[in-house]
Design a protein around this ligand. Structure first.
Ligand code: DGL
Length: 263
């Protein structure tokens, strides 16, 4: 079983292409909606909550867990990998950094406050391509208003458009043409971001993660052979299961029934 974890709805943007590209594999999606957003929380809290979710997923049959949450990846991944060597835990952030590290020109990163403050994207991109991308070519903007609006289902309308316009002003001033959506919630509002900066090229986890997972599984047959393949899909939320089912149904375009758990 493969676990896909996010603080809330955002990881569905990663889960959708994964479930499509790996139809036979069994998946559990886990959204910690009751405690989202994570982006303005402390590292201790982000680690504690992510660890609880990873433990739950492991106890419920997941041999592999993907943190489809940049905030959890930047603040908790390394520690959890050290603490739980028996569960394979991967994070979206490094996979996206690998995909953009060879780009020319300036890179703009939109992410939560916690991800920006961790400096993880800048660090990973520089590690991969230090010459072409010294620090001054990467501009990060923390966007704390976006996730609460998305979790509230406000993925269109004047409030979120206004917030996006404000956040993107810095990229416009800086002449940034390559933008990383450094939060898995943001692909849900990608069209609004693109409309604001029509010439920008947008990079996001949903378009790179399936290929990265395929590559990972081919390099790790010892993990791949343990993953069950019965086309099972479970949806777990710590929040309101009806609200989750409604949102996920619209986004995934299929009937789903979410299960509520308390951590
Ligand atoms: N979707 C998450 C991310 O990729 C977390 C957003 C949040 O909970 O603040 O960063």
């Amino acid at each position: 079983m493969i676990g896909v974890f996010d603080s809330g709805y955002g990881g569905l943007t990663v889960f959708k292409p994964l479930a499509e590209k790996f139809p036979k594999y069994d998946f559990i999606y886990f959204g910690d909606n009751a405690r989202a957003p994570y982006g303005s929380r402390s590292q201790e809290e982000i680690h504690k909550y992510t660890r609880q979710a990873v433990d739950w997923l492991s106890k419920n049959g997941c041999e592999l867990v993907i943190l489809a949450c940049n905030t959890a990846s930047s603040q908790a991944l390394r520690k959890i990998q050290q603490e739980t060597p028996d569960i394979k835990v991967l994070g979206v952030l490094i996979l996206v950094a690998e995909a953009v590290a060879k780009l020319d020109g300036k890179i703009g990163i939109l992410a939560t406050k916690a991800t920006v403050e961790s400096g993880a994207y800048v660090r990973e991109i520089q590690k991969l391509n230090a010459v072409e991308h010294p620090m001054f070519n990467i501009l990060q903007v923390a966007t704390p208003l976006l996730v609460p609006l998305i979790e509230a289902g406000k993925i269109d309308g004047p409030e979120i458009k206004e917030a996006i316009r404000e956040y993107l002003k810095e990229f416009e001033r800086g002449g940034i043409k390559n933008i990383i959506l450094g939060c898995t919630h943001y692909p849900l509002i990608k069209d609004l971001i693109q409309a604001e900066l029509p010439d920008a090229k947008i990079f996001e986890s949903p378009s790179v993660i399936p290929a990265s997972l395929k590559n990972y599984l081919s390099r790790h047959p010892e993990i791949e052979k343990h993953l069950s393949k019965n086309d099972v899909r479970r949806y777990i939320t710590t929040g309101d299961p009806e609200k989750f089912s409604k949102f996920a149904k619209e986004f995934l375009n299929m009937e789903i029934v979410a299960e509520k758990i308390v951590l």
